[in-house]
Design a protein around this ligand. Structure first.
Ligand SMILES: [Fe+2]
Ligand SMILES: [Fe+2]
Length: 375
């Protein structure tokens, strides 16, 4: 069962421990919103998969019908495999065409969810209700100006100096502090993700990514302004906000929405400039990416997994493909591979931290040669 279904009421725990941490920095609140955001992404993915399956079945039926009529040409006689499993390039091309059509036919209701299980869609809508206000705040406040300032703060302020494992323990403690009985645990999620990756025989660097991908949530206890600049889906600032971002209408409250420098398709960027040149909304992904880039020997795929794991508009919805370069296509494959472990390992069993600690201490040492780092 996902942690979200077992979680306790955050407002109740606030009342029990009103003075432990200022309300704005109640780690449990952060974890609840993060879990809910993730559950929405799982539901969205399920709906998308259902839609793709229905579309593939319809295409197969149409192909079969055509086949019986003897009207198929030689070159189109085996299209089903491609329909079910398009290559990344085909997926990108389809999404770009779909975006173009959506722009041209914005007033026509999409058929996308037409044949989808209504129960699943209802679950999605309910989850959306809970996270909607979070995204309203985030989408209004993640401006170019804020993002530049956040990066300046990151580079100029000193926070904690400690080992990676100590950082994991610190995050765990901070997030659990408001309620000792909580089942929300950062180390649990870190170990579940890492162990799922290890179980599948993936490389050691990949396992380490699983362990540390959410470590950037420490930002919540340093100089973030709230939850909205720590968790939630990320997106580029400085160019037009994609309709594929969840709750896209809430960007109307963002000052950049009407700024002609920032509200065109490419904004301050250029076609296929590469995501490395794009400023993604500030949060735990970006923060931890900079730490890992500076201190670790993780390969570029591992760094991309950390940096883009919350960039759902890109890796799940295939938005902003027009900013990607060829390198990003490789990174997208890596991020998609990682995402499955982030989303679905939460249903796995809880691990004994002490039992696994020696293995992961060695793994950390292998990729973080400086034992102590500046967070
Ligand atoms: Fe995350
Ligand atoms: Fe995660």
């Amino acid at each position: 069962m996902s942690r979200i279904h077992k979680s306790t009421n955050p407002s109740a725990s606030n009342q029990q421990h009103p003075k432990s941490i200022p309300e704005k920095r109640q780690g449990q609140l952060l974890e609840h919103i993060d879990d809910e955001v993730l559950s929405v992404n799982v539901l969205r993915n399920n709906l998308k998969t259902q839609a793709a399956t229905i579309t593939a079945a319809a295409a197969a039926a149409a192909a079969a019908a055509n086949s019986t009529q003897g009207s198929l040409s030689e070159s189109s006689s085996t299209p089903l495999k491609e329909t079910i499993a398009p290559t990344l390039e085909q997926e990108i091309s389809l999404q770009e065409k779909s975006d173009q059509l959506a722009d041209e036919n914005w007033h026509i209701a999409t058929e996308y969810y037409k044949n989808i299980d209504t129960k699943a869609f209802r679950q999605y809508e309910l989850a959306c209700d809970r996270v909607k206000s979070f995204y309203e705040e985030q989408h209004a406040k993640q401006t170019v100006a804020y993002n530049i300032q956040a990066r300046i703060n990151f580079k100029t302020k000193t926070r904690d100096t400690m080992s990676v494992w100590q950082a994991l323990e610190k995050l765990n403690k901070l997030l659990d502090e408001s309620d000792p009985d909580t089942e929300l645990s950062q180390i649990s999620h870190a170990l579940q993700t890492a162990e799922a990756i290890r179980r599948d025989g993936k490389p050691r660097w990949f396992q380490l990514v699983g362990l540390i991908h959410d470590l950037g949530k420490l930002l919540y206890f340093y100089d973030s302004r709230g939850q909205w600049d720590v968790v939630g889906d990320t997106f580029p600032v400085g160019c037009k906000f994609s309709k594929r971002i969840i709750f896209p209408d809430s960007f109307k409250a963002n000052p950049d929405f009407l700024n002609p420098l920032y509200n065109t398709k490419y904004g301050i960027y250029s076609k296929h400039c590469g995501l490395d040149k794009v400023m993604l909304s500030w949060g735990h992904d970006e923060y931890m990416f900079h730490i890992a880039k500076k201190y670790s020997k993780l390969p570029k795929e591992g760094l991309a997994m950390i940096r883009y794991h919350s960039f759902y508009p890109w890796h799940q919805e295939m938005a902003y493909t027009y900013l990607m370069n060829d390198h990003d296509k490789e990174m997208l494959k890596a991020v998609k591979a990682f995402n499955q472990y982030d989303l679905y390992s939460k249903i796995d069993r809880e691990y004994d931290v002490d039992e696994l600690k020696p293995y992961y201490l060695e793994l950390i040492d292998e990729f973080f040669p400086d034992k102590v780092i500046d967070f």
